[in-house]
Design a protein around this ligand. Structure first.
Ligand code: GLN
Length: 496
């Protein structure tokens, strides 16, 4: 059998179907990798002690279904993830487990219910290996904002894994789980996926229920998978997406209807049209290795028969500014519930105000407090019109840029990040430099479009390690199918 650290979800399913491995032996394998590597990398906050028990139950269920006369194929049609291990970001709730969002304030918070995605995965037969490190409440791009220590990049332990879903990317990259879930508000699935050399999908806003995901920016947040291959993220997306909507999340789409009714985009997989954006590439600050990777991939795609054309997205240069107004505004309102009364731990003060000040002052990290203040500021009277409303208007202009572009192209291609992973500590005192890493990713959250980061190359660091470089494809609303087709094409071309 292939090295467990590199097994894909699809391979695991085939091995389980043929009886060549069991869920129990897989979980034991991942536990061993966890024991060997997690002290250094810190991807897992907790490896669940009951994971082995769940694996045994899955093996038992498979055996029973087989004796009842069902074929292995029939079993996996009914339970497409039976006995498949998966790890999840610590801001997605699993009943009875701690969900800390990597914050001190929720250190002892046990979730009383399952997130919709968790429910869907359990119904498909999946089992959970553990919960993964992240930037506190998903605010950050390096996991340095975790209250439980940074998640290091498995390719280079001096560098960050990215964030906020750093644990979710690092766990796949180090081989500690075949697939994970992350959340993406401004790039938190795609950016760490790019830094760690794995595939990360940010689905269309509303295509995956947010019920049970701790809210950061409610109009931007979406849950998505990270894995070794495009085929794997596609497989998991098809299980977690909400074909039937979700009564707990009023923004969740009835996915199939969306594809039929909203997106009339016609796509010919034989003649893929790819848009590139010179004005984005010429803005400076983009690492040479990233530009080279992009150009090389464009050449590969061209020789494979894709049409690559230059397009203009005139308002996209405002994306980062718009994001860093709208997101904190939503953060400041969503974080109000963490006051030491409704949720989480409390630090007593002399009176009610003292309780609030002590609790939020001591148990929330610096970046979270910074965003609450920024958000409160942009929403305050007098500034609301100047900042928040203006940002909303600009957001609509950015969306119409994309709508126009998609009349002529099927996907927009950009780097996922302007640089490969950076050294731990190198950006921590400069929030603006950290925010600049989000320059390519925030746009898809503002427009709601689906976007995927695909490993596309690497470059040598000063110490000789290989730093991964990811490229991002963005498609029209609800057209994840286009991302999967293009993503598989890039994978094939790179393997040649
Ligand atoms: N790095 C971005 C931020 O700090 C994205 C975060 C996210 O997507 N959760 O806001």
């Amino acid at each position: 059998m292939k090295d467990i650290a590199k097994l894909t979800v699809i391979e695991i399913i085939n091995l389980l179907k043929s009886g060549e491995t069991s869920s129990e032996s897989l979980v034991n394998g991942y536990k061993k990798i966890y024991e060997e590597k997690n002290t250094d990398i810190n991807a897992y906050l907790e490896f669940f002690t009951d994971a082995i028990e769940s694996a045994k139950l899955a093996d038992k269920k498979r055996a029973e279904l087989l004796t009842s006369g069902k074929s292995a194929n029939e079993i996996y049609v009914e339970f497409p993830l039976l006995g498949v291990p998966i790890a999840i970001k610590d801001n997605i709730v699993v009943e009875g487990k701690v969900a800390s969002a990597s914050s001190k304030i929720l250190e002892n918070y046990k979730a009383p219910y399952n997130a919709t995605v968790v429910e869907k995965l359990l119904n498909a037969g999946a089992l959970f290996l553990g919960r993964l490190n992240m930037d506190e409440f998903a605010m950050g791009g390096s996991t340095e904002n975790s209250a439980y220590g940074v998640t290091k990049n498995p390719h280079d332990l001096e560098r960050v894994s990215g964030g906020s879903s750093g644990g979710s990317a690092a766990v796949v990259s180090m081989g500690g789980a075949p697939v994970s879930l992350g959340s993406d508000t401004g790039g938190s699935i795609r950016q760490p996926a790019a830094y760690c050399g794995v595939v990360g999908l940010k689905p269309t806003y509303g295509s995956v229920s947010r019920h049970g995901l701790m809210a950061m920016g409610s109009s931007l947040d979406v849950i998505g998978p990270l894995a070794h291959t495009v085929e794997d993220v596609e497989y998991i997306f098809n299980i977690i997406k909400n074909q039937d909507g979700d009564r707990y999340d009023s923004t969740s789409l009835k996915h199939e209807d969306e594809v039929k009714n909203i997106s009339r985009h016609t796509f010919n997989p034989e003649k893929i049209r790819i848009g590139i954006v010179p004005e984005l590439m010429n803005q400076g600050g983009i690492d040479k290795s990233v530009i080279e990777t992009l150009n090389k991939t464009i050449e590969l795609l061209r020789t494979a028969g894709c049409e690559v054309k230059e397009i203009s997205l005139p308002h996209v240069k405002y994306s980062l500014a718009v994001y860093y107004i709208l997101m904190p505004a939503e953060v400041s309102s969503n974080m109000a519930r963490f006051d030491g009364v409704k949720f989480g731990s409390k630090v007593e003060g002399d009176d009610l105000l003292g309780d609030y000040l002590n609790t939020r002052g001591e148990l929330l990290g610096k970046e979270v407090r910074r965003r609450i203040m920024l958000g409160t500021y942009v929403l305050s009277s007098g500034y609301h019109d100047a900042y928040y409303n203006k940002a909303n208007i600009t957001k609509d202009l950015i969306s119409s840029d994309f709508e126009k572009a998609f009349e002529n192209v099927d996907v927009v291609l950009t780097p996922t990040t302007p640089t490969p992973s950076f050294k731990i500590g190198s950006h921590s005192d400069d929030p603006v430099q950290m925010y600049l890493e989000d320059i390519f990713t925030v746009t898809a959250n503002l427009t709601g479009s689906p976007a995927i980061s695909i490993p596309a190359g690497s470059t040598k660091s000063d110490t000789g390690t290989d730093l991964s470089i990811g490229l991002q494809f963005t498609a029209p609303h609800s057209r994840e199918d286009i991302l999967f087709a293009v993503g598989k094409k890039v994978q094939q071309l790179r393997a040649l």
